[in-house]
Design a binder for this molecule. Sequence first.
Ligand SMILES: *Cc1c(COP(=O)(O)O)cnc(C)c1O
Length: 361
Amino acid sequence: MSRVWNFSAGPAVLPEEVLCQAQEELLDWHGAGCGVMEMSHRGKEFTSIIEQAEADLRELMGIPANYRVLFLQGGATLQFAQIPMNLLNGRSADYIVTGSWSKKALKEAMRFGNVRCAATTENSAFTRLPEAEEVRLDPQAAYLHVCTNETIHGVEVSDDRLARTDVPLVADMSSHILSRPVDVSKYALIYAGAQKNIGPSGVTLVIIRDDLVGRAPGNIPSVMDYAVMAEHGSMLNTPPTFGIYFAGLVFQWLKRQGGVVGIERINVEKAESLYHCIDNSGGFYRNPVDKACRSRMNVPFTLLRPELDATFLAEAKAAGLAGLKGHKSVGGMRASIYNAMPLAGVQALVAFMNDFAKKHA
Ligand SMILES: *Cc1c(COP(=O)(O)O)cnc(C)c1O
């Protein structure tokens, strides 16, 4: 067996230690005589798994007691609809558009009511965050939606600049949740698809403040009503049991890394070494994002000579570096360096990039 350094944007690399643990427990979980995929979600074994996962997540993120943790399905994309379906109730909502994902969230919400674009940086090709004076907020809005890490454009909100609002703040944190400390109390709702920084695809995490639960009109499907799902402990119907179990193993792994503070230290080192390589390549590589909001998780970069793109990808693959092709809307390359990407993987990428630049200068 030989595993590559996997820079895929998602589904993405998972901690090898956790994969091995899941493999070991696949046929017989803790003496249950069967694996997690084969057991009832109502049994005491799975109940202990989901309760432990929630407790560990609460500890890792410091989630206050007046927030509910939901393990849902449908991906972040379903949240683009579920959020307005639950929270609009005939009112308006504001969206700050900082990249492809928040743009999609706004577009989907438009199907459900009156929502506004409060600011967009599309005219800057999504390479920066809006200045305070560019953001026109509606104080009557039902909520303000932001995406705190734009996976495609590599733009990250690293402070609370977008959180300075009196309306409930809703954040798509799909691609950087658990990569750094976050003050959950500043947000009314945080959501994330699992397949970037949590576990396998199929689980969507929603962390929602109590006062936002129970606002949905009566005519939405019950599986999409936060209140119904909260009341049933995310188990109105069969939840994605294996994904929740796996996410729980990742939470325990994160605790062993020193929690979000410990993993942040490594994430900073990884991101700094990669951006340093790009910025010191004499223009051979380029990242167009404003340095103040460069993502620590998703690093897009282009080659000065795009005719070398195919050679770069082929030689990278031969060197055991996979998943580097950039998103078609941005072009070039993208290295996603989530929590589970070890520092050694980024060091291998940087060494390859330096060699490649020298060879093709
Ligand atoms: C990947 C991603 C999504 C879409 O997630 P799905 O689970 O495929 O619906 C939404 N927002 C962000 C920020 C993402 O990175």
